[in-house]
Design a protein around this ligand. Structure first.
Ligand SMILES: *Cc1c(COP(=O)(O)O)cnc(C)c1O
Length: 361
């Protein structure tokens, strides 16, 4: 059936690799490979989820009005310019579907999140990879790669898997200098971990060419539920709503996310706890001879002397029941990305890395 073929670009997509959650023959495994909140969601979110069981036969609302209003209140944003999706992955897909196609270019950076490339290819567009500068997004390199074909520029701030951030001045300069037909997408999946940071919302308000994406999958502990959102200029949000399926979010997704968002005490507790354990773990690993860049997210990117050493440490950690993330696919073969777990998990990681580094001495 040689005549039955997918659209151009589709066969260039390498399937997304999720974080492992099992090690053969090892019990008491800790999964630190997907940047999940180790405590899960707020009890209020769990209760809201349970209540939705009574409405499984009813279609959910199509306008997401209650969740958008709650996002507007908590973040000080205009709810009319919020769009909700099945994870922020779906917002990224809407952006590519609506704004990029064959012949168009979508820019992502050297160590950027893999969904940008996947969604660009799925839309038939051409992903363009731009270098970073020592694991930090490089605005000048992005601007140098822009041309009349550039339609979207994706950066995560803080970035995954590096954990690094660029400042508002750099982001503003990037937005200012983009070609007129291009949209800057600020992926704020980890924005909640940065105290006092709005994810770039003020920049969105001030401009016509910036969109911010956010998620309930990280700080709110709802990766399994699949809820994210975007905030942008009204004209762009109206376009995205045309490609959005009318029932893309269930009652359970909408109401659980809203309850999670409104439990501000729990969110703040998780943010503070992550910051404390992140700095503890980074110091412990540095003392063991494993440095990392200063992280603004809920993981650290541990750097080893070589790809071989990173691989050997990964195997050692696995045998100890600690599953972290290899990031060779993100052009970081000598690094391991380690999610900040609870205190006991952080201690286990520090202990195991120390033992690994001490072998053969
Ligand atoms: C985890 C993550 C997301 C969130 O994806 P969801 O689809 O909302 O679960 C988005 N961007 C980056 C960079 C991430 O690491």
């Amino acid at each position: 059936m040689a005549e039955i073929r997918p659209q151009p670009g589709i066969m260039d997509i390498a399937p997304y690799q999720g974080g492992d959650s099992r090690v053969a023959g090892v019990e008491d495994v800790v999964k630190l490979s997907s940047n999940e909140n180790p405590y899960g969601p707020s009890d209020k979110a769990r209760e809201a989820f349970a209540r939705t069981v009574h409405r499984l036969h009813r279609y959910p609302p199509t306008d997401h009005a209650a969740l958008r209003a709650a996002i507007g209140r908590v973040h000080g944003l205009d709810p009319a310019r919020v769009i909700c999706g099945a994870g922020s992955d779906e917002i990224i897909a809407f952006l590519c579907q609506a704004y990029a196609g064959p012949g168009d270019e979508v820019i992502h950076t050297e160590h950027g999140f893999s969904m940008y490339r996947i969604s660009a290819l799925a839309a038939g567009a051409t992903p363009v990879q731009v270098p970073e500068s020592d694991r930090v997004v490089d605005v000048d390199a992005i601007l140098a790669a822009c041309n009349f074909r550039t339609r979207l520029v994706f950066i995560a701030n803080p970035a995954n898997p590096t954990g690094t951030m660029i400042g508002l001045d750099a982001v503003t300069r990037l937005a200012d200098k983009l070609p007129r037909q291009a949209i800057l997408v600020l992926d704020g999946a980890y924005a909640e971990y940065v105290e006092g940071y709005d994810g770039g919302a003020d920049l969105v308000d001030a401009r016509e060419n910036v969109v911010m994406t956010r998620t309930f999958s990280k700080l709110y502990g709802l990766g399994g539920l699949r809820v994210g959102w975007g905030y942008g200029p009204q004209a762009i949000i109206d376009v995205l709503n045309r490609v959005r399926g009318p029932f893309n979010l269930s009652h359970a997704q909408l109401e659980t996310a809203e309850a999670a968002l409104l439990d501000r005490d729990y969110a703040e507790k998780c943010r503070a706890d992550n910051a404390r354990l992140r700095s503890w773990l980074a110091s412990a690993l540095a003392e063991a001879g494993v440095p990392s860049d200063s992280s603004s997210a809920n993981f650290i990117l541990a750097r080893f002397a070589s790809a071989d050493e990173a691989e050997a440490c990964d195997a050692f950690l696995r045998a100890e029941g600690l599953i972290v993330r290899r990031v060779a696919g993100y052009n970081l073969p000598a690094c391991l990305r380690i999610t900040i777990g609870d205190e006991a998990s952080c201690r286990r990681v520090a202990h195991a890395v120390r033992a690994f580094k001490g072998r053969g001495r």
